[in-house]
Design a protein around this ligand. Structure first.
Ligand SMILES: NC(=O)c1ccc[n+]([C@@H]2O[C@H](COP(=O)([O-])OP(=O)(O)OC[C@H]3O[C@@H](n4cnc5c(N)ncnc54)[C@H](OP(=O)(O)O)[C@@H]3O)[C@@H](O)[C@H]2O)c1
Length: 279
């Protein structure tokens, strides 16, 4: 086992998580999609590191409940509602975060998700629209709304959550996540030299209910393929601290992704077809 594989989430007392995301105290961290399956673990990691977390999603009761449950006590973290498919909503949320918590230094865009599973010819146009909306348009509107504050912050960070599916040929979800990865890596290039970084986090299977909705049960993916959410956060933040534009948590997924990139396209397509059939 390598030292990368034994990484654990650095706690505040170890000063580690702060080292991973950069210096600063009372940093405001915006987490979109925080009320989803990955969000609460991620939000708790930042709160434990001493950051103030702006929890953002569409459901007001859920964002308030999550903010109140985070380490640090009442009022330290706040919930904000916005539909990130609306440019105005996103800009309004950015203004509200600035006024109520202070200008954010970190945007962690978790809003996104899976829809589909059928072949391209059988894909329902409405489902494709939802997939593009949640993975493409929310990413664009969230970054556009928060980037001015993050650029003004010392060591500003933008992290979007994509997927290793973006390196595969498994249909509409892969295509949407390929967009998210390329978009974020392009932003990283535009920000080079400014002190602000952008990173696309590309996880594989993470142990949540997410894969039950995909129709993937335990037997559809071997046990080695599953990542813990805690481990995901630690690996991602280490890559963010290194200024990497793309973060692929765990050695096994980095190796698999490197292999996929160098495989002939036909072989990659065959793996994608097999993956779809196994769902
Ligand atoms: N979970 C995994 O195993 C896994 C693996 C690889 C990649 N990923 C990626 O990681 C990200 C998070 O996954 P997850 O499983 O936590 O997703 P999830 O459970 O479906 O949660 C999605 C979150 O986004 C919010 N959201 C959706 N549409 C929104 C909109 N228009 N405006 C504002 N907020 C919106 C939802 O809250 P509201 O509905 O209240 O707005 C919710 O908080 C996604 O991009 C997913 O593709 C996940």
């Amino acid at each position: 086992m390598t030292d990368l594989e034994t990484t654990t989430i650095p706690r505040r007392s170890e000063g580690g998580l702060r080292d991973h995301v950069g210096p600063g105290s009372e940093r405001v961290v915006v987490i979109t999609g925080a009320t989803g399956k990955l969000g609460p673990t991620v939000a708790a990691a930042f709160a434990e590191a001493g950051d103030r977390v702006a929890v953002l999603a569409r459901d007001g009761a859920e964002v308030d409940a999550l903010a109140a449950s985070l380490p640090g006590g009442p009022g330290r973290h706040l919930g904000f509602t916005a539909d990130l498919l609306s440019a105005d909503d996103a800009i309004g949320a950015a203004r509200a975060v600035r006024e109520r918590l202070g200008p954010p230094a970190v945007l962690l865009h978790l809003a996104g998700g899976y829809a589909g599973g059928s072949g391209i010819a059988d894909t329902d146009p409405a489902q494709l629209q939802d997939l593009i909306d949640v993975n493409v348009w929310t990413t664009f509107f969230a970054i556009r709304a928060f980037i001015a504050d993050i650029r003004a912050a010392q060591d500003g960070r933008i992290i979007t959550v994509s997927s290793v599916a973006g390196f595969m040929q498994t249909g509409t979800y892969s295509a949407a996540k390929a967009w998210a990865t390329t978009f974020t890596a392009s932003l990283a290039g535009e920000l080079a030299g400014t002190g602000v970084t952008a990173t696309a986090l590309c996880p594989g299977f993470v142990r949540t209910e997410f894969h039950q909705r995909m129709g993937l049960r335990g037997q559809a993916a071997p046990s080695w393929a599953w990542l813990d959410a805690d481990r995901l956060v630690a690996d991602c933040l280490r890559d963010v601290a290194r200024g990497r534009a793309v973060s692929i948590p765990s050695l096994r997924y980095r190796a698999a992704t490197a292999a996929l990139r160098h495989l002939p396209l036909r072989l990659n397509q065959a793996i994608g077809r097999r993956g779809r059939r196994s769902r």
